[in-house]
Write a protein that binds this ligand. Structure first.
Ligand code: AMP
Ligand code: MN
Ligand code: MN
Ligand code: MN
Length: 304
């Protein structure tokens, strides 16, 4: 069992717990090294770090950046970032800024399918109004009796091809990786299994092209153990990690009690042969500043 959890969300993005509540829960669940990785926002890190210190838990600054690559939306987790690195701050601000416009369009689309008041309804669930997400719409749609749970709302309304889905252009892959790398962090391809399933999912060939480009841009790790992976996918992405010489990461992707596939911590061990992403950090004692060395992007970065 791993006592690292390097992917989770607080109410600074689409989680339901405050950063401090999240850290308390991680401590109870035996997590020894935690990264908070809110979507497109780093505002929860100070509170989480302070809470982690109270528990004697090592804390790693993180964020999960939304990226558009070809026809796909990808999530790139940055670990050990410096949250005040100006290009990262500015980049995250630009990614967040598109969300309110998208939310209006989503509400308009939902209204066309007979669901009124979704914009106000979703904002009621968004503790951070700068970070309105599909999850907040999903919670409102459950509350208003459209679906029994968040998962069914996504399947029925909020994914590609469904009535409340609005296409959106997020950050470019090379930019997101550069904000992370430039700030001293390690870029991790989050939950790759999700990009290969469902309508419009990518095949092996495209996944290989993505990994090659991600690495050319300075990406260094891939989530192998993820709350959204099956055990077969742990093995599958451990093989990709080996083939592409990527470090392996692990995280629950916890969003809140009763809502996530997986609770925090207690993640299964990596398949044999995985080199853990924390090899890129030197955890000298708790909450210490960590050094990371990532080479600069190569010309194959940004070819799409
Ligand atoms: P957004 O960044 O606004 O597009 O929202 C993406 C978030 O929606 C993800 O981070 C997940 O928390 C959630 N999500 C996406 N797909 C699903 C799904 N099929 N079931 C449940 N939650 C989902
Ligand atoms: Mn989320
Ligand atoms: Mn994600
Ligand atoms: Mn996530």
């Amino acid at each position: 069992m791993l006592d690292y959890d390097l992917h989770c969300h607080s109410n600074i993005s689409d989680g339901t717990l405050t950063p401090a509540e999240l850290v308390d829960r991680a401590a109870v669940r035996g997590v020894k090294v935690l990264a908070l990785t809110d979507h497109d926002d780093v505002d929860g890190l100070d509170e989480a770090r302070a809470a982690a210190a109270r528990h004697g838990m090592a804390f790693i600054n993180g964020a999960e950046i939304s990226v558009s690559w070809r026809t796909h939306t990808l999530h790139i987790v940055g670990l050990n970032i410096s949250p005040d690195y100006p290009p990262l701050v500015e980049g995250l601000r630009s990614v967040r800024s598109g969300r309110s416009e998208r939310a209006k369009k989503m509400a308009d689309e939902l209204a066309k399918s007979g669901i009124a008041g979704a914009l106000e309804g979703a904002y009621r669930y968004a503790d951070n109004p700068n970070l309105i997400s599909r999850t907040h719409f999903a919670r409102f749609l459950v509350e208003s009796g459209q679906c029994k749970d968040v998962k069914s709302v996504f399947n029925r309304y909020l994914v590609k091809g469904k009535p409340g889905y609005v296409p959106h252009k997020w950050a470019m892959l090379e930019d997101a990786v550069e904000w992370i790398r430039g700030s001293g962090g390690v870029a991790v391809l989050a939950h790759p299994g999700r990009y290969m399933s469902g309508r419009g999912g990518m095949g092996n060939k495209t996944m290989r092209e993505l990994l090659a480009e991600f690495i050319a841009c300075g990406g260094r790790a891939i989530e192998v153990i993820s709350g959204s992976h099956t055990p077969e996918q742990y093995a599958e992405f451990a093989r990709y990690a080996e083939e592409f010489n990527l470090l392996c990461s692990c995280g629950s992707d916890f969003h809140g009690p009763g809502e996530s596939y997986r609770d925090m911590g207690r993640l299964p061990d990596f398949p044999l042969g995985c080199r853990p992403v924390w090899e890129a950090f030197s955890l000298n004692g708790l909450n210490s500043k960590i050094e990371t060395l990532t080479p600069s992007p190569s010309p194959a970065c940004g070819r799409g």
